[in-house]
Design a protein around this ligand. Structure first.
Ligand code: VG1
Ligand code: CO
Length: 553
């Protein structure tokens, strides 16, 4: 263990800002901007100062710090450590080189009883000097800070005049040990072991290992991002999967120039391997910060909304959930596949706005065990974030229990519960004005739609989703426009809160077919009427000039 100390009485600086920044409002998940934008002088410092002024317990508290290893992480770690010391934090817990996945950070915050954590990531956005950077604050429950807190941070930045930082302390965190900046200690731990212990307490690793031995070949793509080291240890070293199972397993500052976004577009190599090839039985990928997951079987893609429903229906295969689930929750745009399962299980099912922070109260108050989003996010009460590798292990545990293929499991599920055909169409990088005009125009036309025909069906509801949190009664408005038809089909429209270039319009499409109907259609065909109708109603092609979406999931 190395021990280094930096201290001198006058090493604290107070740096004045000539003008405060007015655009530090966190979006769906933290503050995200292009790396270049983030690198402008004092920009990071301003946001971090506001965090330290707003978060409770900073003086004398313990803080968790880490990130997905993208370009800018090392610099930001150094700045945040020096600012933490200047703000009287007692101890910062971080990992070697600061590599820490979002779910692992959530776990560490809880385990170490920290006041919270700062996670440096722009998640699935690209990285590097030309990519994006982000800072996310998590609270003492391990989950993303609630909107009330991020609003307070935002308003603090708007009038900020100065920030405090410890001068000149350059500490290197490339090996475990305890270091000091003034009287603040910096504990550099491995970090991966804590996460693996947690997984071993949830799943039956022996059973998965036995299952994989039967020539069940798996491929995991870490997309050059944070899950590589975790996945290598878990899948290859502990569960005995072939070496090379984990692809692109070394975290790179620019993710090898790719988008670390596990979907059919950005994880195309893996998708091709599973969908076109016959070698592998199971494929999975995680995003930049390790909280998302994509699951594939041989010639079969698992829609994330279906994934949540399948995990719910089969939760008792997993030791940690063998007594059943307290309840489940999904974000509003996520398909209702899980609702049908919850109904059959006789457990509550909640509908929340997009973003993991809205699950926090339900998890903390013991009303739900599992939750998920259509955007490749699933998680449980083991942490307060979505958890990519946890979902991979959950799937493997179910398959090991049922001794079946991914495709069989999907078909068994649809035969029992019916199928929710579902797709998300993303139109990325639209000029901001165009996107906002389009969105406001739809908004103004929504109420007149009720009772009219849309895609050949009757509109029973058309509104902008409003959420009242059942725990603290807080109200969050305008969380997505929805058009609901009399057979339960839906179209939802949202503007992304994580994009950094122009605006991204997301169109979510859903159509239910009961177990007696045609369960084997291509979702794009099953949803064709809805796709066409929303394009003409919202004038998407006409206004954006885009003939098709950038990403189809
Ligand atoms: C997107 C997803 C949302 C997810 C959020 C953060 O937000 O749609 O479901 O919670 O990203 O995920 P938006 O506002 O762009 O639709 V992550 O893995 O980027 O932290
Ligand atoms: Co993420």
């Amino acid at each position: 263990m190395s021990l280094k100390e930096f201290s001198s009485e006058d090493s604290q600086l107070s740096v004045a800002l000539s003008t405060p920044f007015t655009d530090q409002k966190p979006g769906t998940s933290g503050l995200r901007k292009s790396t270049k934008y983030f690198l402008q002088p004092h920009y990071l410092e301003s946001f971090v100062e506001a965090i330290f002024r707003t978060l409770s317990g900073v003086q004398g508290g313990v803080l968790v710090l880490g990130g997905d290893g993208r370009f800018g992480n090392a610099h930001a770690m150094n700045v945040i450590l020096r600012m933490a010391a200047a703000h009287g934090v007692q101890k910062v817990i971080t990992t070697v080189n600061g590599i820490l996945s979002t779910p692992a950070a959530s776990h560490l915050i809880r385990k170490k009883r920290a006041i919270g954590g700062i996670i440096l990531s722009a998640s699935h956005n690209s990285g590097g000097p030309e990519g994006d950077f982000g800072v996310k604050l998590n609270g003492s429950n391990g989950g993303p800070a609630a909107e009330s807190l991020t609003d307070e941070i935002y308003s603090c930045t708007k009038t900020l005049e100065k920030y405090k930082i410890f001068n000149d302390a350059q500490i290197s965190i490339n090996e475990p040990g305890r270091y000091f900046i003034g009287s603040m200690s910096v504990d550099v731990i491995d970090g991966i072991d804590d996460y693996i212990d947690l997984m071993q307490n949830i799943f039956d690793f022996d059973r998965i290992r036995e299952f994989l031995k039967n020539d069940f070949l798996i491929a995991f793509d870490a997309l050059h991002a944070v899950t590589g080291p975790y996945a290598k240890k878990i899948l290859e070293d502990i569960l005995g999967a072939n070496s090379g199972t984990v692809r692109n397993g070394k975290p790179l500052e620019d993710f090898g120039g790719c988008h670390p976004d596990p979907n059919l577009t950005y994880a195309k190599d893996l998708a091709d391997l599973l969908l076109d090839g016959n070698k592998y039985d199971f494929g999975a990928a995680c995003d930049g910060d390790g909280d998302r997951n994509m699951i594939l079987g041989r010639n079969c893609f698992v829609n994330p909304s279906d994934s949540l429903a399948i995990l719910t229906a089969n939760a008792t295969c997993v030791p940690a959930y063998s007594d059943g689930l307290l309840g489940v929750a999904r974000s509003m745009p996520t398909s209702s596949a899980v609702d049908v399962v919850a109904k059959e299980l006789g457990i509550p099912c909640f509908e929340t706005p997009t973003g993991w922070k809205f699950f926090g109260n339900l998890l903390d108050s013991g009303q739900i065990t599992l939750c998920g989003e259509e955007s490749f996010g699933t998680g449980s009460n083991h942490v307060r974030e979505k958890d990519g590798l946890w979902a991979v292990l959950f799937w493997l545990q179910i398959l090991a229990h049922k001794q079946c293929s991914v495709k069989d499991l999907m078909h068994q599920h649809w035969n029992r519960f019916g199928r929710h055909y579902y797709s998300r169409h993303d139109y990325e990088s639209i000029a901001s004005d165009t996107a906002h005009d389009l969105y406001s125009r739809v908004e103004s036309k929504l109420s007149s739609l009720v009772g009219k025909t849309f895609a050949g069906l009757n509109v029973v509801k058309a509104d902008n989703f409003l959420y009242k949190d059942p725990v603290d009664n807080s109200v969050t408005m305008r969380q997505g426009q929805r058009i609901i038809l009399d057979d339960g089909s839906r179209v939802v429209l949202r503007l992304s809160g994580t994009g950094t270039k122009g605006a991204t319009l997301r169109i979510y499409l859903e159509n239910y077919v009961s177990s007696h109907g045609n369960l084997n259609q291509d979702p794009q065909v099953a949803l064709a009427d809805l796709i066409e109708s929303i394009d003409s109603f919202a004038e998407i092609t006409k206004r954006t000039g885009m003939l098709k979406p950038t990403v189809i999931t």
